[in-house]
Design a protein around this ligand. Structure first.
Ligand code: GLA
Ligand code: ZN
Length: 669
């Protein structure tokens, strides 16, 4: 299904628009200013339920009719929300059973947003009814270009521990396990007298005396994600009944600090993958996190273009301290997403609110009004995106795949682990950041998807993996791929049961190593490596299956594992290789290791100056090189082409100013 109307055939530009906060005269100013800024689309109605259905079963659509007509009349496409993200006060008053309950059994009351239980039948009925009404009314409206179902599912209401969820969990379990014995086996209930005699005895993993059963916790996370997916699908069905041909999305949150939903299971149910991303100011490598999130999103979109539904022009309001973006950063941050495959640049929100919970969140049109540096930057960005029209539909080409699995993350972050600090995402991010500094693009892929076609596969701390996926990874290596596995991978199966006989369980044979014991390091501790580098966070007691099979690349020179292998390499008959790294190496050592793997695979790499990010998008005829300087000083960019940002023709390596960005277009040879 095409979504080019949102993007007006190029890179789309716009944001959330909340007209119910303003009077009709302001709406008219808004559409004029939107046109001035180059806005192609707005998302309308996300939080409009109390305005659309002010009393149960009584609908007031006239104001939205007027807004839709006004936007359509000005050539602005609408991504229309089902308005179901937050129920109105009358609903929770009449049906208090819809309210979510926290781990301690406390009700989460209305007064903020998203105060609804993911499995509440009443909430579902009311939300589905509204979604259907909205779809029926606007299905044929000329301004309608996309459906936006709910908003950021799970942002605040997951997990819910109420009795309704408990009952729904039991239904989910009955589908997953053939009988109670299978459940008891999967959860390992022989430990601590947890064996169940009746499914009715099963509860959500509410606050316990001490360590909870890890597989119980893991299954509850799986169930919770699936429960909201059911809710999404119910709302979607109501929309499609009236409007089967208009593309539909719901905005994911692929920022790495959010992990409530398994988007790999959600992505097949949207027509367009869209996501929201906010830069977290306290992160040490915040633009590396942005890049990682973009690549995760592209993976969900099957490598094709995706929508950046929301980010911020300047400060957010949900950190303890919320710095403004420096001049130029609005442009650079948005193009950083485009570089990684976004064909839409959206913001929360169009006009800064004067009241309410988000009045201190930046917007495209700030409190200061149109006569402001920020709005001028917003207009400049609109003009730049206009010049990037040709980029739309092109793809990012990446020779490396890094595996990324939310369920493996959940398991690794479960209770009472060898180390609570290090999980799937952390290691994946470190490797992704190192590759980025070497000018190498990577796709972040779920282990279920087709991995053929990649010269290099990285398996970062994939603690949980199914036998089938471990087999497919091994098969890729035997077919000629170069596979790097890092510590604490392949350890457990999908039930979080340890594979016996030596770690890294599922990958031991492939790698030709056998790990006898894990040995995490205390915070701040480092161990020396014989090659001159160091390792932190984690070490292992590694032995070689046989010296003929695997070679030691580096070993521990200090610490409890001194003398033992730290990194190994095994060459495989089919021309591929399997590498193991049992610690988190310092940056230089990690880059050296990655260089070894890339060289073995014949993948080009070159160290970039600190802070410079380079990503390429291509189509049949053109390559666009995005050069982004995140550093506080100018950097030399070793690329040429026609810069669509500055309009300059670049014929030799050039200096890109601090915080600057260039998009160099070149015909493909
Ligand atoms: C999310 C929500 C928006 C808004 C922003 C603020 O992305 O979808 O409604 O609250 O966060 O950053
Ligand atoms: Zn609930």
């Amino acid at each position: 299904m095409t979504w080019e109307r949102i993007n007006a055939g190029g890179i789309g530009y716009g944001g959330d628009y909340n007209p119910e906060q303003w009077d009709a005269a302001t709406w008219r100013q808004d559409v004029d200013l939107m046109r001035r800024a180059g806005v192609t689309f707005v998302t309308v109605g996300v939080f409009s339920w109390s305005h659309l259905e002010p009393r149960e079963g009584e609908y007031e659509f006239e104001w939205l009719d007027e807004v839709m007509d006004l936007l359509g009349g000005h050539g602005i496409a609408v991504d229309l929300a089902t308005a179901t993200a937050t129920p109105p006060p009358w609903l929770s008053r009449a049906y208090p059973q819809i309210l979510p309950v926290d781990v301690d059994g406390r009700t989460l009351w209305p007064g903020s947003r998203q105060a609804w239980c993911p499995t509440s039948p009443v909430f579902r009925e009311k939300a589905v009814a509204l979604a259907g009404r909205v779809a029926q009314r606007y299905a044929d409206h000329p301004a309608l270009a996309m459906w936006h179902v709910s908003n950021e599912y799970a942002c605040h209401n997951l997990p819910c521990y109420c009795d309704t969820c408990a009952a729904a969990f039991r239904v989910w379990l009955a589908r997953r396990y053939p009988d109670l014995d299978a459940l008891d086996h999967a959860w390992g209930t022989a430990f601590w007298s947890q064996r169940y005699g009746d499914l009715e005895e099963v509860l959500p993993p509410r606050r316990t005396t001490t360590i909870a059963n890890p597989t119980h916790v893991l299954d509850y996370r799986r169930f919770s994600s699936d429960a909201l997916l059911d809710q999404f699908r119910a709302e979607t069905a109501a929309v499609r009944e009236h409007s089967p041909d208009v593309p539909l999305t719901t905005n994911f949150m692929t920022m790495t600090h959010f992990d409530h939903l398994d988007y790999h299971r959600w992505a097949p149910h949207v027509d367009v993958v869209s996501t929201d991303h906010y830069v977290v100011d306290t992160l040490p490598h915040r633009h590396a996190e942005l890049a990682f999130s973009g690549d995760v999103t592209r993976g969900l979109a099957g490598g094709g273009p995706w929508m950046l539904m929301e980010h911020s022009t300047s400060a957010v309001n949900w950190q303890p301290t919320n710095p403004a973006k420096r001049s130029g950063q609005t442009l650079r941050d948005s193009l950083a997403h485009v570089a990684r495959g976004a064909d839409t640049v959206g913001y929360f929100q169009w006009r800064a609110s004067r009241a309410g919970a988000e009045k201190w969140h930046s917007a495209m049109l700030p409190h200061a009004g149109a006569d402001s540096a920020r709005f001028r930057e917003v207009c400049e960005l609109g003009a730049v995106l206009g010049r990037l029209r040709g980029v739309a539909g092109s793809r990012v080409e990446a020779p490396v795949a890094i595996l990324h699995d939310t369920q493996a993350r959940w398991a690794a972050e479960g209770p009472a682990m060898p180390d609570s600090a290090l999980g799937q995402v952390t290691t994946g991010q470190e490797i992704h950041r190192a590759l980025r500094a070497m000018g190498v693009s990577a796709d972040l892929l779920h282990p279920d998807v087709d991995l053929s076609g990649y010269d290099v596969l990285v398996v970062p701390t994939l603690y949980l993996v199914t036998d089938e996926n471990a087999r497919r990874i091994g098969q890729a290596a035997r077919a000629g791929a170069h596979v790097l596995v890092t510590f604490f991978s392949g350890v457990v199966d999908e039930h979080d049961h340890v594979r016996l006989g030596g770690y890294p369980g599922a990958f031991a044979d492939l790698l030709g190593v056998r790990v006898e014991e894990f040995d995490p390091l205390l915070p701040g501790d480092v161990v020396a490596l014989a090659g001159g580098g160091s390792g932190s966070a984690w070490t292992e007691h590694v032995t070689l299956a046989s010296e003929a099979e695997a070679a030691v690349l580096d070993s521990y020179a200090s610490g409890r594992q001194a003398g033992r292998p730290a990194m190994t390499r095994r060459d495989l008959p089919g021309g591929g290789s399997a590498w193991y790294c049992s610690t988190l190496p310092d940056e230089e050592t990690l880059r050296g290791l990655l260089a070894g793997v890339l060289d073995a695979a014949g993948v080009a790499h070159a160290a970039l100056p600190d802070g410079l990010e380079i990503v390429r998008r291509t189509d049949r005829t053109t390559t666009w090189t995005f050069a982004l300087n995140h550093a506080p000083a100018a950097v030399r960019v070793p690329c040429t082409g026609h810069d669509l940002v500055s309009g300059r023709e670049i014929t030799e390596p050039f200096d890109l100013e601090a915080g600057g960005v260039a998009v160099l277009a070149r015909a493909r040879a």
